[in-house]
Design a protein around this ligand. Structure first.
Ligand code: SF4
Length: 329
């Protein structure tokens, strides 16, 4: 496996108390495989992404578990070792790509600098070959790459910056690309293009991809499998087709029922009732129970673990694929 996340827990210290952003989360990803991480805002999707690249904010702390990436335990590496992995093994495209670029440096200079640093880490003198950089820009369909290289970030559109960052990722040749809501900074007409671009690059470069999105219909178009997160936990994971067409967990069913249908022309769009819980004091038992139409007594006292059901894994007491093990709490 290229990536194995085992029982990962991550907390944030805040004035309101300790926020349990991720709880006991496990996930694996093979080479050339893609997974979409889906869930509402605050479900922990982005925290999972930054945890893998060890870029938690200063108030974030790893509270348990481990992350193995390309055979290395990410959480025990020195800062220097982690920096050498970023770019060469894993590359992250952030939600707001403008923040990934230095506003006072030309785009071309920043790309050359990133490649020079990679060269130094690999013990070679390499500043990036302009022809190679231009080719990479062309592969992400940036029109007029020579002109873009001379520009400052604020002179580019959101879509162009997004492509520049992806092009940089390709030049660094990582094994794993993490894209955090890569369609959120571009207008709706460009979203389909960004999705197609990521799919093409995955096939062409043999990348593994983690695609973080709040939109389960976007996930359908980009990933081999979907992991649905709720309140810091994975509640369902399975092949994309199965999760979309036969969702098992009531929360996944709610997300899928909210996908607008082109055949439905009347009525309001569906929404999931209620709101996500506070992660300072998450609900006891299944964290979804205050919103779940199928909640039973056991759901209010005992937290279900992921269990294998019909080729997927789901954490819900509706599926007794293994005996209920009631805790004493
Ligand atoms: S465990 Fe219970 S509350 Fe949670 S999703 Fe399943 S039925 Fe609903």
């Amino acid at each position: 496996m290229l990536l194995e996340v085992n029982s990962l827990s991550v907390n944030y210290r805040t004035e309101r108390g300790m926020v349990r952003a991720l709880t006991d989360l496990s996930l694996s990803l093979g080479e050339r495989e893609s997974v979409a991480i889906v869930g509402e805002s605050g479900s922990g999707k982005s925290t999972l992404g930054v945890s893998i690249v060890r870029l938690l904010p200063p108030n974030g702390l790893y509270a348990g578990g481990n992350i193995s990436l390309d055979g290395k335990n990410i959480l025990t590496l020195s800062q220097r070792e982690v920096r050498s992995i970023r770019g060469s093994v894993v590359f992250m495209v952030f939600q707001d790509p403008l923040n990934s670029l230095n506003p006072v440096k030309r785009v071309g200079d920043q790309i050359t600098e990133a490649l020079r640093i990679k060269g130094v880490r690999e013990g070679r003198n390499y500043n990036g070959d302009r022809k190679e950089i231009i080719e990479s820009f062309k592969s992400v369909r940036i029109p007029d790459p020579d002109l873009i290289l001379e520009r400052y970030p604020h002179e580019l559109s959101g879509g162009q910056i997004q492509r520049v960052i992806i092009a940089l990722g390709l030049l660094l040749k990582p094994k794993l690309l993490i894209a955090d809501e890569p369609t959120s900074a571009v207008d709706v007409t460009l979203q389909a293009q960004v999705i197609k671009l990521l799919n093409d690059l995955k096939a062409e470069y043999g990348l593994s991809v983690i695609f973080i999105t709040h939109d389960i219909s976007v996930a359908y178009n980009v990933a081999d499998k979907i992991a649905v997160m709720y309140a810091g936990k994975v509640v369902e994971i399975g092949p994309t087709e199965d999760v979309i067409k036969s969702p098992l967990h009531p929360y996944t069913q709610g997300l899928v029922s909210c996908i607008p249908s082109s055949r439905k022309t009347e009525g309001l769009l569906k929404t999931i009732g209620g709101s996500p819980p506070s992660l300072v004091k998450p609900p006891v038992g299944c964290r979804y129970h205050p919103r779940c139409p199928y909640a039973m007594e056991v759901c209010t006292t005992n937290d279900p673990e992921l269990a294998s059901v019909k080729g997927s894994s789901v954490a819900c007491w509706l599926y007794p694929s293994k005996p209920l093990q009631l805790s004493s709490s």
